[in-house]
Write a protein that binds this ligand. Sequence first.
Ligand code: ADP
Ligand code: ZN
Length: 609
Amino acid sequence: MKAQDPKHNSPRKKLATYYGLAILIIIFLNYVVFPLLFYPRPRQVAYSQFMRDVDSGIVTQVEISNTEIQYATREGEQVNYFKTGIMNDPDLITNLEAKSVEFGAVIPERPNTFLSLLLTWGLPILFFVMMGRFVSRSLQGRMTASGMSFSGHNAARIYVPDEDKKDFSDVAGQAEAKESLKEIIDFLGDPQKYKAIGAKCPKGVLLVGPPGTGKTLIAKAVAGEADVPFFSISGSEFVEMFVGRGAAKVRELFEQASKKAPCIVFIDEIDTIGKKRDGQIATNDEREQTLNQLLTEMDGFDSNKGVIILAATNRPEILDPALLRPGRFDRLVRVELPDLQDRIALMKVHMRKVKHAEDIDYSLIARMTAGASGADMANIVNEAALRAVRMGREFVTTTDLEESIETVIAGQQKKNAILSDQEKEIVAYHEIGHALVAANQTGAAPVQKITIIPRTSGALGYTMQVEEEEKSLMSKRDALNRLEVLCGGRAAEEIVFNEITTGAANDIEKVTQLARQMVTQYGMSERFGMMALETSGSQYLGGEGRLSCSSETAKEIDEEVLALIQKSQDNARDILMANRDKLDQLTAHLIEKETITGAEFMEILAVEE
Ligand code: ADP
Ligand code: ZN
């Protein structure tokens, strides 16, 4: 293995620095700190005192250096140490000799017994070694956690144990995906059957679909159904965690997998390593090596061994075509956002996990969640369960679910956000404006709920429309209706207060986006007709498209978009002016109640004056 990893050396260097410092500290302790602490320090006395002590015969030892005199005295059992300055005293030596005082070392040398050596040198060394061990272990722990040392004993990290076992009954809907994966399951169950005929099973299957639609779940379920081990790793892990070692990791992964065959290897977010390689100014060597290694491994292993690679991506359009060639990921399975029926099924699957009332209105919940993914649905159920606990109930009700849909979509209710009465009035008129325009259209989705309780997401209120049934197509009429409804809020503000606020910012964004799409993508403008003016962005992530026309045309597009929006604004204003009484009446009701249902709304609207 090549030692490419630049980070690999630095922990060792750090360790060396650490031990160097430790040794310095131990030396410092032994030569400076311990002597100061444990060995007697001579007390400073005057020279005359020294002479007196010599005369009285208690001095036992004297040491004369160039700068000072140190001496020891003994009175009975007590030994004391003193020091004093040097004086020009020629008689000193004779005096001392007269008293037969010893010359030489006064302060006793440190006792060099084994025990004290152990205490002063052994103990600190032991301490620092232990510290070093501990620190380097925790350092290593962090490295392992981030995947840096991923070899030998790491199998458990990517091997998902059986407790997490899933099967197809955990996957709601996705009938087509399940259908096309049946063959794989069958193969894993009985490879011999296929070998006998000489049929080869696909090596790789690519699961393609928006985030949260259950691609990981389906891969796990395939492993569960076939009762084989499931290895999983994500593409971004290769790129971010195994810096410089992505290719080696791929090799290791395949080594491990072939030992456990038959098994499933799941590579999530494969687009992070499998991006198109051509046409890039800045190439990423690292990623390219990882990708090449993956391709080599896939070409190299014998599919009849029973290792099947499932990979997932939500950006199939950026994948390198080399990945999709025969013998690699040659099967493509689409995992789509759930439709109405699937959302009902999803709701039921997730509601199995929580206690709930008998009379859950699954159809209503499913209709309220158009466009939500499986992950969103799981999240909604969980929020509903949390809400039930907050409310002190022991089971989840339809109301919990309704409220949690709003939580997931619009953020938590912000109970203590204070709107002044004036602001509340503006917000109420704004929301009723949306609702009233919607109510006056033919074929528009009915209003489900209007509220002016502020949300943590920053929305001050909102109007929720729920389609009667699932719609996959949007007609031009629908689109125009939508534009008008979006303009309704601002229009109401204008009519009532003759003043406009920032509250319509979100509406403006949506209106502009839709109007632009109508012109550039849906061919809904008279001026351009069927001409495509924009290449669509990401298929599943809805990224921005790119204009594919001349700058003059771009200008015309802007004009066309502006005209659409202005027309919608005028229409919305007309509708509201014609219903000015109802606008006031409904707003007053909303201010009082803060939240009203679609039914209440229609009731007030239907009353004849
Ligand atoms: P993806 O890999 O497509 O981003 P996941 O498989 O991670 O999505 O899905 C996240 C969660 O959403 C799952 O753990 C599951 O709880 C829920 N989920 C998504 N799709 C489904 C489905 N079809 N049936 C049941 N649960 C689903
Ligand atoms: Zn609005």
